[in-house]
Ligand binder design. Structure first.
Ligand SMILES: NC(=O)c1ccc[n+]([C@@H]2O[C@H](COP(=O)([O-])OP(=O)(O)OC[C@H]3O[C@@H](n4cnc5c(N)ncnc54)[C@H](OP(=O)(O)O)[C@@H]3O)[C@@H](O)[C@H]2O)c1
Length: 260
């Protein structure tokens, strides 16, 4: 297991910005980073903030100059960007391009590279990102562990399931939004709902992380629900009125979309 000496990014958009910041926040996890000039404002800011960042206007120079190359362009233009590049056999390549199959990527790359796929989330910038990685690869996992936590997937099926789970982020905030809206409608002054709910949800997630992987969520749910109490009542109503069913069918639909 080793971290890259020189990691290069093809595409310098939102997710590259987050990854580079996560990797180079002191103490830096890698010594050298190359990014493509595009988007010019983001690459200029990264180079200004971190002396380890080199900017190049030529994608091939990045591939040639780095032991690890991260593909971070949008799926719509990925083929036209990747196909002309010449990769080295054995080179490490990490694709974060959404919705693009491994075989397709290997066909575009056209060399016998060590390809991983990953789903980094913006929290990698704060080294708090959980990242699904496929297939299992100690070096790729080490890289994402430096920015939070890597979860290695044994199969494409597992990877697709975690991609579906990552689609719950907007719903998480949506639940907080609906609850704070309800609080305001019932007379809680503006801002107090947010001030209460965000730390409440954060502490609940902290509790799940601190309890360790072997404590099921249902056990925590029971722990926070006194028999006959308020929490038990809300969860029972939520289930009875189709809350869980709505979430499950939304996940079914998003998984079907991911599988294509
Ligand atoms: N954002 C996320 O949270 C996230 C999370 C996981 C995965 N992803 C995936 O990561 C990929 C990038 O997402 P993003 O949100 O970072 O997108 P983005 O902000 O649109 O960034 C894409 C970057 O690619 C650049 N680009 C376009 N053509 C290029 C070329 N020929 N050579 C080099 N760079 C080129 C764009 O530059 P210009 O602006 O100059 O066109 C832009 O900097 C996508 O496939 C997305 O699905 C994103």
């Amino acid at each position: 297991m080793s971290l890259p000496q020189k990691i290069g990014f093809i595409g310098t958009g939102a997710i590259t910005d987050a990854m580079v910041r996560g990797l180079l926040t002191k103490p830096a996890a890698v010594p050298h980073v190359m990014v493509s000039l595009r988007s010019a404002d983001i690459s200029a800011r990264l180079a200004g903030d971190f002396p380890q960042v080199l900017v190049s206007g030529d994608n091939q120079t990045i591939v040639d100059g780095c032991d690890t190359v991260v593909l971070a362009i949008r799926p719509q233009i990925a083929e036209e960007v990747i196909r002309p590049l010449r990769f080295r056999d054995g080179q490490r390549v990490i694709s974060v391009v959404a919705a693009t199959a491994r075989d397709t990527l290997l066909d575009w790359i056209g060399a016998d590279v060590r390809l991983s796929q990953a789903i980094p989330l913006p929290f990698v910038a704060r080294r708090k990102g959980v990242t699904a990685v496929y297939p299992p690869d100690a070096d790729t996992a080490a890289l994402f562990n430096a920015m939070g936590n890597a979860v290695e997937c044994e199969s494409k099926a597992e990877y697709d399931l975690l991609a579906a789970a990552s689609a719950l982020m907007a719903t998480y905030f949506g639940i907080m939004h609906r609850a704070s809206e309800w609080l305001a409608a019932n007379g809680l002054p503006e801002g107090k709902g947010r001030a209460y709910l965000a730390p409440l949800f954060a502490s609940l997630s902290d509790t799940a992380i601190l309890s360790g992987d072997d404590v099921p969520f249902l056990e925590l749910s029971h722990e926070f629900a006194t028999r006959g109490g308020l929490n038990e009542q809300v969860f029972r109503d939520f289930e009875a009125e189709g809350g869980s069913q709505a979430m499950n069918s939304a996940l079914d639909r998003v998984l079907a979309r991911i599988r294509g």
